[in-house]
Design a protein around this ligand. Structure first.
Ligand SMILES: [Zn+2]
Length: 320
């Protein structure tokens, strides 16, 4: 972590050295998301997130965002980490398709996926019932946390209020047909989408590929059941929440293996009486070597999962 922090400070320092003395104007000029859409199917583009944690340098642009051209307008899957990102995404999407954005599907409440939604008409912003309710109750805390980490990238960002509620079923938009599946496990509601004309599967953050999964809100058993359901869909291409788009089930299997590995390792360390610092220092198995931010996310998962273990496995001395 110290390397990343030092780089961030250097980047900020260099940026500051080249700025004119009007800070507001200068920062606005410097902070610009570079959106590079990649064609993944005819009329469909993905903007890949960086395989990094959220930092003041990347402005939170770490999640994959997808743009669909349809005969009725542009459809987006997720909206990115800030209002500023949402504005840039809207411009890029309209430039690619020549059509206005008519729908924005939000997969789950994590800030790197949803905070760009305020750049769009709320009537186009579509989310499941639980996600919409969660944004009302915890959206403010999540957004404040994002301001603390990503700083000025967040200027003008507020909590999105989806104006369209979606549920299990199929929604047609022009020549595209989106099968919606509200699942859970990564968060309280993870909206998965399968687009029938392309065979593209969007599992949100239920699937991470070559990038370690995050667990701050995870219910791991529920997550496993959701992955089982995803395996049965028969997709052509899988677009994970983070990581490369590819055919096959490698993303689903790798996420499952990652969850099994960290759960077993943290449970085992807990049984051996290791404290949090000792547990974080336990090396991960070799198969995780190619997975971005594996050590970083494992350390966070120790903090996320330990309280649950303490609650369920420690003897309740106060009742002895
Ligand atoms: Zn997430």
């Amino acid at each position: 972590m110290s390397g990343i922090n030092r780089r961030e400070w250097l980047a900020l320092g260099l940026a500051a050295a080249t700025l004119p003395v009007i800070p507001g104007a200068a920062e606005a000029a410097v902070l610009k998301y570079a959106l590079n859409p990649v064609v993944i199917a005819p009329g469909v583009w993905t903007i890949y997130g960086l395989p990094e944690p959220i930092t003041a340098k990347n402005g939170g642009a770490i999640a994959n965002i997808t743009i669909f051209d349809t005969s009725e307008g542009t459809v987006l899957i997720d909206a990115g980490p800030s209002h500023r990102y949402g504005e840039a995404l809207k411009a890029k999407a309209v430039e690619l398709t020549g059509k206005p954005v008519v729908r924005v599907y939000l997969t789950h409440y994590h800030t790197d996926h949803v905070l760009g939604a305020t750049a769009f008409d709320s009537g186009t912003v579509s989310a499941g019932k639980t996600l919409t309710a969660d944004l009302k109750t915890i959206g403010n805390d999540l957004t404040n946390a994002m301001y603390r980490v990503a700083g000025d990238w967040m200027r003008g960002t507020d909590v999105p209020q989806p104006g369209r509620e979606v549920s299990e079923g199929v929604e047609a938009v022009g020549n595209r047909s989106f099968r919606l599946m509200p699942l859970a496990g990564h968060t309280s509601e993870d909206l998965c989408l399968y687009e029938e004309s392309t065979g593209l599967l969007f599992p949100g953050d239920l699937v991470f590929l070559d990038r370690a999964a995050t667990t701050p809100d995870a219910k791991i058993d529920t997550w496993r059941s959701s992955l089982e359901r995803l395996k049965g869909i028969g997709h052509k291409l899988l677009v994970p929440g983070h990581g490369p788009v590819e055919p096959g089930a490698r993303g689903i299997e790798q996420t499952q293996r990652w969850l099994d590995t960290i759960e077993a390792q943290i449970g085992d360390g807990f049984e051996r009486g290791l404290d949090i610092t000792e547990l974080m220092a336990v090396p991960l198995p070799d198969w995780t070597n190619g997975i971005a931010v594996a050590k970083y996310e494992y350390a966070r998962s120790v903090m996320h999962l330990m309280p649950g273990l303490e609650a369920t496995r420690l003897p309740q001395t106060d009742r002895a």
